[in-house]
Design a protein around this ligand. Structure first.
Ligand code: HEM
Length: 340
């Protein structure tokens, strides 16, 4: 679109760096999953896949009433909660947690050329408001060094203080994935403007970390809560106010909420349910979330998101092929057991 402001700046070597990173991650998932099924490179440990409803707010002001948010409505959704670590570790370890939302029944052509008719629209969020690196090159350097020796790692962290700091402040312990605030960290279009997303739990009683936490205590906390009551979140957008203070090409920098607060555009309702079942777990394993399952009005922005366009598709295709599992977008909850 000619009228669209130039929000993005693509570094000249970006496509080579994306290809190198993709290859490196593929080799890593092969190593990490030797002898077993191939899991996701990131966020392989699932706490639960739950059914939900995504309810668009009525009477949104014009600047927010764009694309999905144009008019009030309700979309059924799958939501997958996870730990970020590439290996399945006890939940008490410090980590970044994920909340991946997949709306269904969303009309309109989507961005991925191979899945342009998919009825799904995804939002990927994590439990921190800053991503670890500025761009694909820095992320690739980090992945490279993490698979190298300790001296190289020490040198990298001492010479990349912001990566070190972002990592330290992002790795946390939590009591219950249904009671965490989540962020996209990377920006997205909202019509012609850039926004970030945040998912904010409604206030209510909160759990504490058990004195003797079991390996999977986060799943147990979700199970207890959803046995008892529904969980509610606000889905919010933060509109970019200035390219210097709120850069598109650097998700390692927080967009200051005092300059631009998060504004509610939808409610997420997770009804009471029994989700911890083998059928659900298998479906959760076989789903593929990507920020590029999206309408053009909500196109992912910035280098990290451009990298994710290629890499998520590549790793998801690889794990489905290796595990001999079908790879397709769900159309509704009726298909709960149709992806085996
Ligand atoms: C260059 C940067 C990044 C790379 C290379 C990367 C890579 C990946 C890969 C390969 C997967 C698994 C895909 C699949 O097999 O289906 C994944 C999952 C995920 N990523 Fe990223 N990621 C990046 C940045 C981010 C950012 C900025 C976020 C912030 C929201 C994020 C959140 C997630 C979440 C929540 C999942 C799990 C989705 C699910 O539940 O299936 N990632 N990532």
């Amino acid at each position: 679109m000619d009228s669209e402001p130039k929000l993005e700046r693509i570094p000249p070597d970006e496509s080579e760096r994306i290809a190198a990173l993709g290859q490196r991650l593929k080799e890593k998932v092969i190593r990490d999953n030797a002898g077993g099924p191939i899991r996701r490179d990131a966020h392989p440990k699932m706490h639960g896949l739950v059914t939900a409803e995504f309810i668009i707010e009525p009477d949104l002001p014009g600047e927010l009433a764009v694309g999905l948010f144009r008019e009030p409505g309700r979309f059924p959704a799958w939501i997958r909660f996870s730990n970020q670590d590439g290996k399945l570790k006890p939940d008490i370890r410090r980590d970044i947690r994920g909340m991946a939302i997949k709306l269904m029944g969303v009309p309109g052509e989507k961005l991925l050329p191979t899945e342009e008719n998919a009825p799904t629209h995804d939002f990927l969020t994590i439990s921190t408001d800053v991503f670890v690196t500025r761009d694909v090159a820095e992320f690739d350097d980090l992945v490279k060094v993490l698979t190298g020796n300790l001296v190289a790692q020490l040198f990298f962290f001492l010479t990349h203080w912001r990566v070190t700091w972002n990592l330290i402040q992002s790795m946390s312990k939590f009591a219950n994935p249904l009671q965490i605030r989540y962020f996209s960290t990377t920006p997205y279009l909202l019509g012609t403007r850039a926004v970030k997303y945040s998912v904010i739990p409604h206030p209510g009683p909160t759990d504490t970390i058990p004195a003797k936490p079991g390996e999977n205590y986060l799943r147990e906390a979700m199970t207890r809560q959803l046995d008892r009551e529904e969980a509610l979140f606000d889905f919010c957008v933060q509109v970019q106010k200035g390219p210097e203070e709120m850069p598109v090409e650097d998700p390692g920098k927080r967009w200051d909420e005092s300059l631009s607060p998060f504004l509610k555009v939808a409610t997420i309702r997770i009804p009471r349910q029994t989700f911890s079942t083998p059928v659900r777990d298998k479906l959760g394993e076989n789903l593929s979330f990507t920020p590029w399952h999206a309408l053009p009005e909500h196109r992912p922005l910035g280098g990290i998101n451009r990298g994710r366009k290629i890499i998520y598709d590549m790793i998801s295709a690889f794990r489905h092929r290796e595990n001999e599992q079908p790879r397709r977008e769900p159309a509704g909850f009726d298909g709960e057991d149709s992806m085996d």
